[in-house]
Design a protein. Structure first.
Length: 119
């Protein structure tokens, strides 16, 4: 069964950090570019980062650049999103998605993990 599972979300104070994980089962992430998206209540889904499987090039939205870092561990078939200097506006459900290319829509989605930034 093809599956993506996110984990690592939680409640954190402003300025804190989290590391989100996106683990794949039933297929290998080696052949996919991996996106991280987020969706806050009442807002549209926002693409925050992507990592290319072929080049390792990473992409970030302006709202997270310098604070978020995407990486992958091929041995664990997992992609990570390190999020630092969290702000209340980072509160959202974070999803990972596996796509043929970073400029394409994912073929596979995870169920999401909630990140809440609040004092």
């Amino acid at each position: 069964q093809v599956q993506l599972v996110e984990s690592g979300g939680g409640l954190v104070q402003p300025g804190g950090s989290l590391r989100l994980s996106c683990a794949a089962s039933g297929f290998t992430l080696d052949y996919y570019d991996i996106h991280w998206f987020r969706q806050a209540p009442g807002k549209e889904r926002e693409g925050v980062s992507c990592i290319s499987s072929s080049t390792g090039i990473t992409y970030y939205s302006d709202s997270v650049k310098g604070r978020f870092t995407i990486s992958r561990d091929k041995s664990k078939n997992t992609v990570y999103l390190q999020i630092n200097s969290l702000k209340p506006e980072d509160t959202a459900v974070y999803y990972c998605g596996a796509a043929p290319y970073c400029d394409g829509d994912p073929n596979y989605w995870g169920q999401g993990t909630q990140v809440t930034v609040s004092s």
